[in-house]
Write a protein that binds this ligand. Structure first.
Ligand SMILES: [Fe+2]
Ligand SMILES: [Fe+2]
Length: 191
């Protein structure tokens, strides 16, 4: 079975009721989907993978369980190994090789999408006009969005062979079209 984005959304929402976690999944999906287009890859499949990367976090909120105990659930639901392996590889503690472009992109987008989301939430205009330099400035403030692992943000850009500025700009523009779904201000709010 080649899973679709819609199937993945159904699985995600079956296990994840928290709005914040659903929004995180959507933010990472938007970023990973953006890179699928850049690299000419299967965007639906990449989006499905991104949506599911934390699908079990609500039922498995500790690293003893997440994401490894989610894998059998995905297997049972008929998701292919390629997707399941990519989901597992986002977790640093499992130490799995990031040997495909999808694995690299998922890792590179996970923490940064969360961080950009946090930046958008504290700005009166959300993601509108959010520049890489102000994101980088906030990355250097340990108390801001303290749960985001800075080392993973930097390692992700490096893994993609991109300058951090470019990676941030890509993620911001990927998330902009779904700003309202992410609970962020959009230009439409001002109209
Ligand atoms: Fe995770
Ligand atoms: Fe995540």
């Amino acid at each position: 079975m080649r899973p679709t984005r819609e199937q993945a959304w159904e699985t995600l929402t079956q296990y994840t009721k928290s709005e914040a976690l659903r929004r995180h999944a959507l933010a990472v999906e938007a970023s990973v989907g953006y890179y699928a287009r850049v690299y000419g890859e299967d965007e639906g499949f990449w989006r499905a993978t991104a949506l599911l990367h934390d699908f079990d976090y609500e039922i498995h909120p500790t690293l003893d369980e997440h994401p490894q105990d989610g894998a059998p659930i995905l297997r049972e639901a008929g998701y292919p190994d390629e997707l399941i392996e990519a989901v597992l590889s986002h977790a640093e503690h499992l130490g799995m090789p990031r040997d495909t472009q999808l694995k690299k992109v998922l890792f590179a987008c996970d923490e940064l999408s969360g961080f950009v989301h946090a930046c958008g939430l504290v700005r009166p205009t959300g993601l509108d006009g959010l520049e890489p330099k102000s994101v980088k400035k906030k990355l250097k403030q340990p108390s801001f969005a303290a749960g985001v692992h800075r080392d993973e943000v930097y390692a992700g850009a490096e893994l993609l062979g991109l300058a951090l500025d470019e990676h941030i700009a890509n993620v911001v523009s990927a998330m902009q079209p779904i700003a309202s779904e992410l609970g962020l201000w959009t230009a439409a709010d001002a109209a």
